[in-house]
Design a protein around this ligand. Structure first.
Ligand code: CP
Length: 305
């Protein structure tokens, strides 16, 4: 039976560890001169994106090509989606062309969960609304593991727009399963009520959120998902929650600075920390390709167990 990757909520710690271990081998391929393996020879990967993307879409495409798969992209503009075709009809059409892996990004939480039982292809959630972005969290955890040696016991502080972030939800599921301590911080209007039930500590000042952290992760302020102003202005957000060199000193001296991207420079982080020695933002992007290679390879072999 095929397996999908719809979220880290559904995976066990062992399955997550297996993906991260496989990604280590994929990173060796990625950093070799030829960047080519036959792992997905004869397979077809289709990226179906209903929302904008640079990193996720390109890294899935490159990951598929590095593993010798046939790779194609469809976006909602420029396809029959723009003529009114439904998500289900679109997905079934792509499935009927012999697709083995369907990578989906959609603005509706639960869209990949709706499609997965209807198609033969393995479905990978590349971000659904405010729900999950599992491969982003996997690449974040891979980067932490590479830099810190272990996830267990790490103190990870996540600061920003918690309410609208699918990245934070996937990271909380994954990091908690691997034994990290997670704190979240942001303006009270951008922290959803009840998030403590996911096993995280919540703070409404940046100092409390990041003090003593091993990892400081910023989240993009998602103005496009806010129907009404949830804080007075971007400048105000930066004044209270923006992280610069002075605020980064609240964390441990060797803390990693992470961000899923795209970053609003001068809002979540100052340019001095984005381009500074603690930033691993570009390494996250590189690791995204290795992790997506691992996920697609394991799915093509039947799953993550
Ligand atoms: N981190 C992330 O999902 O970036 P993109 O929107 O560019 O894919």
């Amino acid at each position: 039976m095929k397996q999908d990757l719809l979220g880290l909520k559904d995976l066990s710690a062992e399955e997550i560890k297996n993906i991260l271990e496989t990604a280590k081998s994929m990173k060796v391929v990625l950093t070799s001169p030829s960047k080519k393996t036959p792992h997905l020879q004869g397979k077809t990967v289709v990226n179906l994106f209903y929302e904008n993307s640079t990193r996720t879409r390109l890294s899935f495409e490159l990951a598929a090509k590095y593993m010798s798969a046939n790779a194609a992209n469809i976006s909602s503009s420029g396809s029959s989606v723009a003529k009114g075709e439904t998500l289900i009809d679109t997905a079934e059409t792509i499935n009927a062309m012999g697709t083995d892996i369907l990578v989906m990004r959609h603005d509706m939480s639960g869209a990949p969960h709706l499609i997965a039982p209807l198609v033969d292809a393995s479905v990978i959630n590349a971000g659904d609304g405010m729900n999950e972005h599992p491969t982003q969290a996997l690449l974040d955890m891979f980067t932490m593991l590479e830099k810190k040696g272990s996830i267990e016991g790490l103190k990870v502080a996540i600061v920003g727009d918690i309410t609208h972030s699918r990245v934070v939800r996937s990271n909380i599921y994954g990091l908690k399963k691997l034994g990290a301590e997670v704190t979240v911080g942001g303006p009270a209007t951008l922290v959803p009520q009840g998030i403590e039930q996911m096993g995280v500590k919540v703070f409404t000042t940046v100092h409390e959120a990041i003090v003593g952290a091993d990892v400081v992760m910023g989240l993009r302020i998602q103005l496009e998902r806010q129907k009404k102003g949830l804080f007075p202005s971007v400048r105000e957000y930066n004044r209270f929650f923006g992280i610069d060199e002075t605020r980064l000193k609240f964390a441990k001296p060797d803390a990693l600075l992470m961000h899923p991207g795209p970053v609003n420079r001068g809002v979540e982080f100052s340019s001095s920390v984005i381009d500074g020695p603690q930033s691993v933002i570009n390494e996250q992007v590189t690791n995204g390709v290795a992790v997506r290679m691992a996920v697609m390879y394991l799915l093509s072999r039947g799953g993550f167990k």
